[in-house]
Structure formats: C-alpha cells, structure tokens
Design a protein around this ligand. Structure first.
Ligand SMILES: Nc1ncnc2c1ncn2[C@@H]1O[C@H](COP(=O)(O)OP(=O)(O)OP(=O)(O)O)[C@@H](O)[C@H]1O
Length: 973
C-alpha cells in the first residue's frame, strides 16, 4: 500500500497529461495557491489582554499594525492569493481558497492542501472544516455524475518524532518504513488503505485517523497537535461509467467496457505540527525532543520551499532530509496542485511567529508545480485486452476462419485439385495401358468378323472425348453424344468384348476427372477474382473512411464546448459526447488499420494461391516430355466453356481480348466439315502428331486432317493458361505492391489523425480554446511559395527536435534526404513534426523515471534513446572501414578536425555527425556521410511512402521509436 506518492499506483501503467497544455505542446507550470487565515483572539489571549497585531485590509492583503516600540524595518504588508480575516468562516476559506485545488482530484490531478502555522493558530480547526467540506463535495460530484463509477479509499498516517505511524492500524507499530520505488516514488510500507463505501463511512474513517493522532499539551494550546498528520484521500476515475478513488491510485474498470483507462489522483489533507521554535513552547524533556523532530521536518520543509521558490534548477532540493518532505515530494514542485493555508494568531505576543509564517507563505507563493492528469491502464486489464486482440488476429491470420469462407474454399479447392491431378495421372496411365492393349488387338482383326471388331466404337468414343468442337457447349449435343456413347457402350457389351468395354469405361472415367479438374480450377479462379475485387473495395473503403474521419475531426475542432459540465480551476472535463465521438472514430480508425493489415495479408495469400496453381501445372518442358509419353493432356476435357474462362482469368489485365479470341480459335475443331466430333479418330501413340515450333497443328504421319490432334491443342492451351497465370501473378504482384504503398500512405494519414485527436483530447481536458489557438496547425493546401517557407521552418524544427530527442541519425539522414520540399511532402513533414513534438513532451514528462513497459516492448525514454543512438553510432563507426577507403577516411578526419594520430578516430568522427542542428552545412554533410555509410541513395532503395514502415535500425532491428502506433495506444480505446 502506498501513501502516495501522488500519481503512482501499483500494477498499472500511468499516463500523465499536463493539466493545462493547449495543443499538448508545453507543460504548464502553476504556482502553489497560498492563502492566509487570521483567527480571532482566543480566550487565553483575551485573558492575557493581548493586543491584535494584524489586520486584513482587503481580500489579498494582511498588514501589521505597528506598535510604537517596534522597529519599522520589518515589512508591514503581505499579499497573497486570498486573505481571510477573523470573521471569515471555514466555509469561505474552503470555497474561495482551496476548493478548486481539492476537487482537481476528481479530474485525475493530484492535490494537496497544507495547513501551516504556529501552535494554536488554528491549523487543525481549519483543516477539519476543509476536509469535511471536500468530502461533502466529492460525494456530491459522485452523485451528480451517474455515468462514472468512483472508488474512494483512504489512508492516514502521522509523522511523530520522525517515525511514521499508521492512523488506521494502531497495531502496525510505530515506524513504518519509507521505500523508494523507481516507478512510484516514495511509498510507505504496509500502510493500511480502507475503501470508503459511502460518505458516512469516509467521515468515520477520518474520525478514526483524528482520534489516533498523537496529541500533547503545550503551554500555548491545550490540545496541541504534536504530529504532522496526513490524511490522504485518493481518487481515480475512469473515463466511462465506473471509477475508483483510491489512496493507492488503483484503477478498476468494468469487464464489459472497452475502455482500459481510468483517471487516478490522490488528495492529501496535511495538518502540520506547530511551526514555532521549541524554546517558545517552554519545552523540556520529551516535549523538547518532539519539538526538535517537529522542527527538523518543518525546517526541511522551509528549506525545500525556499529552494523551490528561487527555481527548481537552483540545485539540490533536500526532500530526503525529512520524512515529511520525502512523502510530500510530489506536492512540492511536482505532479500535484497544492494549496497552503497559513494560519495566524492575531496576538501581538505571537507577532514574531506570525511574521515567520508570513515569510514562509511569501516564499511558498513562488513555488511552481507541474500537475498532470493521471490516467491509469491497469496492467492486468491491458494485458488481457492485448492478449484477446492478439489471439483474435492470430486466429484470423493463421487458422482458416469459418467466417472467412473464401480462404477456406481456396484451400479446399487446392487440395481437391491436387487429388484430381493425382487421379488424372492414374487414369492417364491406365488409358495408356489400355491403348496399348487395343493396339495389340488391332493386330488380330483379320480373323474377326467386322461386327466383332471393337475398334470403330472405341474410336468414336475417344474422338468424342478428345474433340474440341465448340458444339460441345450445346447441351443437346452433349446429351446426344452421351446417348451415342451409351449406345456404343451397350453395343460393345453386346459384342461381348470385355477389353473394349473396360477401355470405354476407363476413358469415361478419365473424361469425368478431366471435366472436374477444369471446373475446380475455374471455381478457384473465380474465388480469387472475387477476393481481389473485394480487397480493392476494402482499400477504397479505408481511404473513404479516413477522408470522412478527417472531415469529422475538422468539424469537431470547430465545436466550442459549452456549457461545461464541471469546472475545477483551469481544468475542464472532457465534453462527453465529443470525447465519445473521438473514441468511436479512433476505434474505427484502428479497425480500419487492421483491415489494411488484413488486406495485405490476404493479398499475400492470393498471391501464394496463384503461385501454387501455376506450379501445380506441368511446365512447358514437362508438357513436351509428357506429351511424348501421354497422348492426351490433362485438360483435354470436353468442358469447353470452362476452358474458356480458365484462360481468360479476370486477374490478368494483361490478357487481351485478342488472346482470348485466339484461344477460342485454337480450341475450335477443324471447320472443313469433314469431321464431326464423333467422327474424330482415336489418336494412337503411333499417330500422335509432333508439335511444330509455332505450336500449331501439324499433320500426322499419314497427313490426314483427322490427325489434327486434341493433344496438340491441349498443349497449346495449357501453355496459354500457364502464360496467363504467370501474367496474373505478375499483375497481382504489382497490385500488391501498389496496395502496400497505399496502405503506407494511409498509415501516415492515420498517424496524423491520431496526433490530431490526442491534441484535441488534451485541449478538451484543459478547456483550451481551440478556435483561438494561434499555434494550431492544419494541413491545408499551401501555395508553392508559402509551402516553401513552411517547409524550411518545419524542417528546421524537425532537425532541432531530432537533436533534442536523440533520434536515430540514420532516420534523420533518410528523412532529410527524402523530403526536400515537394508539395507532396506536406503530410510527412507534418506527421514527423507532430511525432517529435509528442516525443519531446513524452520524454520531458518521463524525466528520469524508468519507462513503463507496453506489452513486451519497452517504451521510449531519454536514456533508452541515448543508448540506441550510441549503438547506432558504433555501428556506423564500424562501417567506416568497410564503406570508405583509408584515404577517404583520412580526408574526412582532416576535414572534421579529428587528429590523424588520435585514438578511436572512427567513433570520434561519427560522434561529430548530426551534432549541430543549427548549421545547415553541417546537417547536409552529416546526412551525406551517413547515407554513404548505410548505402542510401535519395531516390533509390525506398519510396517515400514506404519510408517509415520499412525503417529499422540496423543495429538492433527495431524501429527507432518502437513504432508510432504507441501514440495511438495512449488513446482511451
Ligand atoms: N478561526 C477560528 N475561529 C475560532 N476559533 C478558532 C479559530 N482557529 C482556531 N480556533 C480555536 O483555537 C484553538 C487552537 O486551534 P487549533 O487546535 O486548530 O490550533 P493548531 O494550530 O492546530 O495548534 P497545534 O499546532 O498545537 O495543533 C482551538 O480551540 C480552536 O477552536
């Protein structure tokens, strides 16, 4: 359990967004809110006839009423954010002084309210009232926000004699340890944290803390608080219906929700111990020791405030010198909104202490904090979400999805085609065998009566199967042929010759197989055709969606968000409807991105399918050799219509009508009318014509037109199919390449939109006036002259940001050399600039903290970027020897002033490249050298569109920024 370090939570990834960051470009610093409360003279002071030494002359100024004997050297007037006189109620102090700060916690911003002042000045009195009112307002807000689920948790601790004690667990013992967590900062070990069920429960828990607090008596206050008490409420809120408010900043979200992000924040109420000097309390013994410890913490607090007031860069800030400042480090110049109420006694007798308090308050006014909106993505939830997504994508890509029938069908068909091919070969060999037998029988017929000869029948049957007459398309013809065949079959049977019968049967079987094969192949091609058409459509849809989204985002930009739902200081909650729209759009955009990826993947599959189909066909060589052995080719089917489609594959734009016509002519039977299909003679091995060079019809040995063999046509047809299929593959490859480039371009557009949406969200959260933002940039068509100016400015900004963010110098080089100001470069320049701006901000926010991990990928941090750059420079240094000659290297060393006899000259030289973003010559020369070392040429190996997608560091094969998709992952999806 933590006492938070505001803004930290276990097992969660916290994203921090600056509170008021218009355009998301700068971190807004804000000063600590300092108010002063002057109480009335108490009874003790009245009895002692003490004088009133201070007066609040207006809402901001308190003045010291000079006494005659007092030296006039001391400042008499002090100004603060608000000053409350003796007549002011605690309610006013809360409403006008600290409410805005306190309720920031509801918006995911850590908040701390301190009460500082001498003993009996009214700290506890004020803090009790304020805590009570804040609790009331928190629950009021919860009631008024039914769309969100809140969870409130509370912990309480006191620091007594520099020992930390748990106020909600009296058995935990005295000294809880403070631990340093690289992610969470300082945490209090084993501090109990209770979840408040409702407002009464919360109040009860606060009372327990109050009761547990160490109270002693001093001469100034009968119930003096001798400890620094910190009651901490932490709130977290999801961006949808549910929310948790928790001390340990834990985010819980509904299972049913797609949102994996919540707001989290802690709200600290800190009632400090009296700030007076130990001597003034007439303390001795135990009290004196307490005073020393109290003052150690307060002294450190004062030092920290003093140092912070002159600027955070003023050197070491001694947070670690006391437990109080360690625990409250984030509230002092860090990620929190802080309000300090300085309480004063008006009594003249305490004037010196009161003046010290006012000096402290004056310093505190100068301290600035960097409050941020804390959003939490619980690791468990995130991992679950990502796992689901990965599983879904994997299933889609790897397993034949029943819903994706087309892929499944293609696979099935491929298997069937394979099987059919196998059967065909089998049948073919049987036919060959039968044919041989038949020929043997042909040698015998002298002894047979004419009607006993099976030959004419068989011949007719085979000629039917091998014929390529267009009449085969005609159903009637086919039927009549079938009839003839059947009749022949019956005749054959009557003629009681088993061999011809078997032969016919086998031939029919072969015919059927061939027919099936043709049909299956055509079906496969049809599916492929649909697939490609479908992908084309998908791609078009993606582009349309992007365009629509851009238009909608422009519209959303134009909408002013009034009235505001709930306002806390400068923090304006996100307009829910606009936010919902944005989320919806981003979800759509993401799914579109997935579609694009799917599209690519599926196109690859199509390509593979076609490759398979082609390789399953015999090659030309095979055809030739096989045609010598086998007299009928596999596609010698009577399925003329299918054949026609088969060759005229729709995937082949290169296949011309001429070719198709040619194909049809090729397949046509001789038109001399001398031969009908049924009359075509059986082609025997002996009679097989040889194929001419032109692939045309050649005469048989006998030179009769009847020898015009179907096997020749089949070979040609097969060759044509193969050509067509190869062309298909080529054209689909070209199409896939083109699609990839389009996908890359869409990715750029997507990134740009994501950047815009992030900015919009940040603007909404900050209540930023989008319309009046002068810095806001839109990608608009600029005139060539204007674009030229814009380009130069943007490029310079980019170069400077590369330097600041330690971006890969190979990336810089390639970007620099590729984008030279062409009007088409606008989008790339814009995206690069926005990414870098985001990165700069991200690195600044992260500071020295360890980067959170996203899935298995580490996210970017300053140190990881520097390390990566170092690796890259080492890689380039090695390349100096392989890419440049010794003379070239020496020339460069001389030019870049590297001592020729110095050690580690290569790395020295490489370390000088890309180090001066303000010198254009240096930049150009650096780019030229890196390009040479890596082997880029400006227009050569990469297109602009593919630039980002293809780019990986040669040293570690990882994208230089771990992928810009992570930016979009910051969105509440
Ligand atoms: N604004 C006020 N109006 C009326 N009475 C007040 C006011 N502020 C404080 N008191 C009274 O003054 C007394 C001392 O106040 P309190 O205990 O809050 O002081 P403290 O600063 O917390 O002292 P310590 O540091 O010793 O804990 C209390 O009896 C309280 O009721």
């Amino acid at each position: 359990m933590t006492v938070k370090n505001p803004g930290t939570t276990p097992a969660s990834k916290i994203e921090r967004t600056p509170v008021s960051t218009p355009g998301g470009s700068k971190v807004k610093e804000e000063k600590i809110v300092v108010t002063v409360r002057l109480r009335p003279l108490n009874k003790r002071e009245q009895l002692a006839k003490d004088q009133v030494a201070w007066e609040c002359i207006d809402e901001h100024t308190i003045v010291h009423k000079p006494q005659t004997q007092e030296r006039a050297t001391q400042p008499a007037s002090f100004t603060f954010d608000r000053v409350f006189g003796p007549a002011c109620l605690t309610e006013s102090v809360y409403e006008e002084g600290v409410k805005n700060v306190a309720l920031s916690a509801l918006m995911g911003i850590n908040a701390t309210i301190f009460a500082y002042g001498q003993t009996s000045s009214g700290k506890t009195y004020t803090m009790r009232g304020i805590t009570d009112k804040a609790v009331h307002d928190i629950y009021k807000h919860i009631m008024n926000t039914p769309g969100r689920d809140f969870r409130i948790r509370i912990s309480g601790l006191e620091i007594y004699n520099e020992n930390v004690r748990d106020l909600l667990n009296s058995e935990s013992g005295r000294n809880l340890k403070l631990l340093d967590d690289p992610e969470k900062g300082t945490v209090v070990e084993k501090l109990v944290e209770e979840t408040a069920n409702n407002v009464q429960h919360l109040r009860q828990l606060i009372s327990i803390c109050e009761a547990q607090r160490q109270v002693g008596e001093t001469s100034l206050n009968d119930t003096s608080s001798r400890s620094h008490q910190i009651i901490r409420l932490a709130s977290s809120e999801t961006c949808t219906k549910y929310l948790c408010i928790t001390v340990t900043i834990e985010s819980i979200h509904r299972e049913s929700s797609d949102c994996v992000r919540s707001y989290v924040a802690s709200l600290n109420f800190v009632d400090l111990a009296g700030s007076e000097r130990a001597s003034q309390t007439n303390a001795d013994g135990a009290r004196l020791r307490e005073g020393c410890h109290i003052n150690l913490s307060l002294m450190t607090l004062t030092t920290v405030i003093r140092k912070l007031s002159v600027g955070k860069r003023s050197g070491h800030i001694p947070y670690r010198d006391s437990k109080l400042t360690r625990i409250l480090q984030h509230s002092l110049g860090g990620n929190a909104r802080t309000a300090i109420i300085c309480t004063l006694s008006p009594a003249l007798s305490h004037a010196e202490q009161s003046r010290n308090t006012l000096y402290f308050a004056t310093r505190a006014k100068e301290v600035t904090n960097n409050a941020q909106v804390n959003m939490v993505v619980p690791d468990k939830q995130l991992v679950k979400h990502l796992q689901k997504e990965v599983a879904r994508l994997e299933a889609e890509l790897r397993t034949p999805d029943p819903s994706n029938e087309k892929d499944w069908k293609i696979q099935q068909m491929e298997m069937e085609i394979e099987e059919l091919r196998h059967q065909r070969d089998l049948a073919q060999s049987q036919v060959d065998e039968l044919r041989r037998k038949l020929e043997d029988e042909q040698q015998i017929p002298q002894g047979l009566k004419p009607y006993e000869s099976p030959l004419p029948v068989v011949k007719k049957c085979l000629s039917f199967s091998g014929a390529l007459s267009p009449k085969l398309d005609d159903g009637k013809e086919t039927n009549s042929c079938n009839k003839i065949r059947n009749t022949m079959g019956r005749q054959t049977m009557r003629q009681s010759s088993m061999t011809p019968f078997t032969l016919m049967h086998e031939i029919r079987k072969l015919e059927q197989l061939q027919e099936q094969l043709g049909e299956e192949a055509n079906r496969a091609l049809e599916v492929l055709q649909k697939e490609v058409a479908c992908h084309k459509q998908g791609n078009q849809n993606a582009a349309e969606t992007i365009a629509k989204l851009q238009a909608e985002i422009r519209e959303m930009c134009a909408i002013r968000q009034t009235p505001k739902e709930f306002e806390v200081g400068n923090v304006v909650p996100v307009n829910r409807s606009v936010s919902a729209n944005l989320k919806e759009e981003i979800t759509r955009l993401h799914s579109q991105g997935n579609n694009i990826a799917d599209l690519e993947e599926q196109l690859e599959n199509v390509q593979k399918s076609i490759d398979k189909l082609v390789t399953s066909l015999p090659t030309d060589q095979q055809s030739k050799s096989e045609s010598k052995k086998k007299k009928l080719l596999p596609l010698a089917s009577s399925n003329g219509a299918n054949r026609h489609n088969f060759i005229r594959s729709p995937c082949s734009p290169l296949l011309t009508t001429h070719q198709v016509v040619g194909t049809e002519i090729e397949n046509r039977a001789p038109e001399n009318g001398a031969v009908t299909p049924s009359e075509t003679p059986l082609v025997s091995e002996k009679d097989t014509p040889t194929r001419s060079e032109e692939g045309g019809d050649t005469s048989s040995k006998e030179g009769t037109p009847y020898r015009r063999s179907s096997s020749v046509n089949m070979r040609k047809m097969q060759k044509m199919f193969q050509n067509a299929a190869e062309e298909n593959v080529r054209s689909i490859r070209a199409y896939v390449t083109e699609l990839k480039e389009r996908v890359a371009k869409l990715q750029y557009q997507k990134q740009l939109l994501v950047c815009q949406v992030l900015e919009l969200e940040a603007n909404e959260v900050a209540g930023y006036d989008i319309e009046n933002d002068e810095n806001r940039t839109e990608i608009q068509e600029a005139s060539p002259a204007a674009w030229n100016v814009i380009f130069r400015e943007q490029r310079q900004q980019i170069i400077e940001l590369w330097d600041v963010c330690h971006v890969s110098i190979i990336h810089r080089t390639q970007f620099y050399l590729l984008f030279k100001g062409d009007p088409a470069d606008q989008i790339y320049m814009e995206v690069e600039l926005r990414r870098l701006t985001w990165l700069q901000q991200h690195l600044a926010e992260l500071g020295n903290a360890s980067p959170a991990r996203f899935g298995n990928e580490p996210t970017i941090s300053l140190s990881s970027s520097i390390r990566a750059l170092k690796r890259e420079r080492e890689f380039l240094a090695k390349r100096l020897t392989t890419r440049l000659t010794a003379e070239e290297r020496d020339a460069l060393y001389i030019k870049w002033e590297i001592p020729l006899d110095g050690k580690h000259r290569r790395i020295q030289f490489i370390n000088r490249l890309w180090t001066d973003p303000h010198d254009p010559k240096h930049v150009q020369e650096s780019a030229d050298i890196v390009a040479k070392l890596v082997g880029f040429c400006e227009s050569g190996n990469l297109s602009k569109e593919m630039f980002e997608l293809n780019f990986v560091l040669p040293s570690d094969k990882r994208p230089w920024l771990m992928g810009w998709d992570q930016i979009s992952n910051l969105l509440p999806l």
